[in-house]
Design a protein around this ligand. Sequence first.
Ligand code: AN7
Length: 366
Amino acid sequence: MAHQWRGIIAEYAQRLPLATAGAVTLLEGGTPLLAAPAISTRVGAEVYVKVEGANPTGSFKDRGMTTAITEVVQRGANAVICASTGNTSASAAAYAVRAGLRCIVMLPAGKIALGKLAQAIVHGAELVSVDGNFDDCLRVVREIVERTDTAMVNSVNPYRLQGQKTAAFEIVDALGRAPDIHCLPVGNAGNISAYWMGFNEYAGRMTATSFDHPSTHLPPKTDTVPRMWGFQAAGAAPFVAGEPIANPETVATAIRIGAPASWDYAVAARDDSGGLIDAVSDDEILAAQRLLAAEVGVFVEPASAASVAGLLAKAEAGEVPAGALITCTVTGNGLKDTATALEGADVNPPLVAPETDQIIAQLKLR
Ligand code: AN7
């Protein structure tokens, strides 16, 4: 058999605090780092997108879920629970199937993209629709895990960040060096924290714990770390406000979060890297989503496009260093939220008879 990517726990065994034996995996990771000339031209830099929608359940959450669920199985819990704006629940539901665990997902009512809801349902998760937002859901989940023998698989579970840091490894492995700037969307702020950890470990500035390779000394893979540029939706931008916000609103429902759990880690990532966390408007997010689809060939969900929207805004403001090497994580697959993508689009092209000559003429094909 030709080489098959083995999933992040096996591929990065030397840098993860989990044994590879018994890993619960859908062979996540190994996603494309794709050159994006259409964006490079616009910002005057060399831009790549890390296409996390190519993961098994269509988002970056799978990297953290393989590690979190693997650890839960080893610990011996029999049910997992998460609050979610949709992608965490989709991923938790799928990995719980692999592990034979009950999976309970706490979702803000009416604010989950339909594709994500479908995933939780087909994978047999137990859905609880909460009359509140994500922050309310996360509070309830925290209270439930305190009182019951249910394992939390939100990113406050440290194994989530351990898994998600591997995306930074893959970027450095693909480029042969760290980028100068890394852009990504920020919601609950787990991912920016995880990437910062990953980039630091690869630069030898932090040591990883490995159960499979306890005594391995790992040489640095790169001399530098990138500046971390995080972008929030303007209606859900607590880091820009400098404090949690009560009623987050944005078309990018995945990042409709007002009280991010990984607050301190994200602030450290921003400040220690000499980076920033800024806001982008819903219109900028949707424009970046369209640009990625129409000119890069990658269909992402709205939240994912916040990274590219932010980079374009920074370029517009003249704040992107000329010729810099820049990577943007696009976090989730566009198929998860077709309703938003099709808003205002003509989904009923004119009906024609199945007459080849007429169709050739109509399309002006030569
Ligand atoms: C596509 O699924 O919080 O800053 O409950 O789905 O690490 O939270 C999703 C978050 C970006 C933000 N892009 O990442 C959930 C959830 C997409 C996302 C984020 C999310 P974090």
